[in-house]
Design a protein around this ligand. Structure first.
Ligand SMILES: *Cc1c(COP(=O)(O)O)cnc(C)c1O
Length: 367
């Protein structure tokens, strides 16, 4: 008995000992950092790759569908992967302030990492279109917030201008260090699966993340960590689909506010990814997004609406998938970011104004 307990303790400690040091420390050989880089980290990365039984079954044909749940990063979205790099490099370069335009998650991550690194952060957000959780984060983490009467694209135009005029580092995904940090998600997927998936399904806003994943898969291919590359499937919302339709959308509208972007800054790079990977860009309706959002939640995975676009897109392509494929859907942000959306869009039984009586409640429960 004593021996068994000792073995159990050792096993548990061996799991615990692998304390994740954050993605820069874990992947520093693949990142543009030196011994002099002051690493600003919240131990981001190492997010779970969850096998979804219900979605695998829905797709059928022996397909395995995994969810890369990047909503479990320290500020609740994949933006932390890019921000640990961007803020560390800004600090290394002696910058004292950073700025970004944001639909919410970039501002939360920028504010958190800037504060941790002792830098000032300014964020421009589109008034009325930032989910509650994200706004709460930016307020708490200590950013100076400027809410503009305009959309994300206008905000980005302004911060780009400001960052060239004044000594403020721009930390939107035009910042090359963001892409470098974000590519580590592709490394993690390959490290977990032992190979690259056949398909990668991902939502697109500014299309920095699809660019970053592709870079990661390519770098791992070069050193033979994976021997093939995935088909990259990028999804946008029908009311905000500049990459699908190859246009600029003046007034993008969608329930998925994180991808409500009409003129993506990484347009050319994303088109290149699509071409090189033989992938596709497609749109999904808000209704399809909400449907996927509910399917995911029923399996215990709560993501934000923009993230559910990856699963909505996959479901649309059910008949195109070769049998026994391995597919990864990227869940970019946590469901708690946008509680209003969840409260408005669910099929829960929610009885209100119930008397606190054992008899009444037993009756309600059907006993
Ligand atoms: C930023 C963001 C996206 C879009 O990523 P891009 O790199 O801009 O394409 C998607 N989902 C969530 C939750 C985000 O925060």
């Amino acid at each position: 008995m004593l021996l068994i307990n000792t073995i159990k303790n050792k096993l548990r400690l061996s799991y615990r000992k692998k304390r994740w040091p954050g993605l820069i420390h874990a992947y520093k050989d693949y990142l543009p950092v030196t011994l002099n880089t002051p690493i600003v980290s919240l131990n981001e990365g190492n997010t779970p790759l969850i096998l979804s039984n219900s979605i695998s079954q829905l797709i059928g044909n022996g397909t395995k569908v995994y969810l890369k749940y990047d909503g479990l990063n320290p500020t609740g979205s994949f933006k932390d992967r890019g921000m640990t790099m961007a803020i560390s490099k800004a600090k290394e370069e002696g910058q004292q302030a950073v700025i970004c335009a944001s639909t919410g998650n970039t501002s939360a991550a920028a504010a958190a990492y800037a504060s941790r690194g002792g830098l000032k952060s300014y964020v421009l957000i589109p008034e009325g279109y930032v989910a509650q959780g994200k706004l709460a984060q930016a307020l708490m983490y200590g950013a100076e917030i400027i809410s503009i009467k305009g959309n994300f694209d206008k905000a980005l135009e302004i911060v780009r201008e400001l960052s060239t005029k004044y000594p403020i580092e721009l930390v939107n995904s035009v910042n090359p260090y963001r892409i470098q940090g974000q590519k580590t998600a592709a490394f993690e997927i390959v490290d977990d699966l032992g190979h690259a998936p056949d398909w990668l399904c991902i939502p697109m806003g500014n299309a920095g993340n699809i660019t970053a994943y592709w870079l990661g898969f390519q770098e791992y291919l070069k050193i033979k960590r994976n021997l093939k590359l995935p088909i990259m499937m990028g999804f946008q919302s029908e009311g905000s689909a500049p990459l699908v339709n190859n246009i600029i959308v003046e007034n993008p509208e969608t329930i998925a506010t994180a991808i409500r972007i009409g003129n993506p800054v990484n347009r050319e790079k994303a088109i290149q990814v699509k071409k090189e990977s033989k992938g596709d860009f497609q749109s999904v309706t808000d209704e399809e997004i909400i449907n996927a959002y509910k399917i995911l939640a029923k399996e215990g995975v709560f993501c934000e609406p923009a993230s559910a676009a990856s699963v909505a897109g996959l479901i649309k392509n059910k008949n195109r998938i070769k049998k026994e494929s391995t597919i990864v859907c990227v869940l970019t942000g946590n469901g708690l970011k946008d509680p209003d959306c969840a409260i408005k869009n669910n099929d829960a039984i929610f009885r209100k104004n119930v008397e606190p009586s054992l008899q009444d409640i037993s009756k309600i429960l059907g006993y």
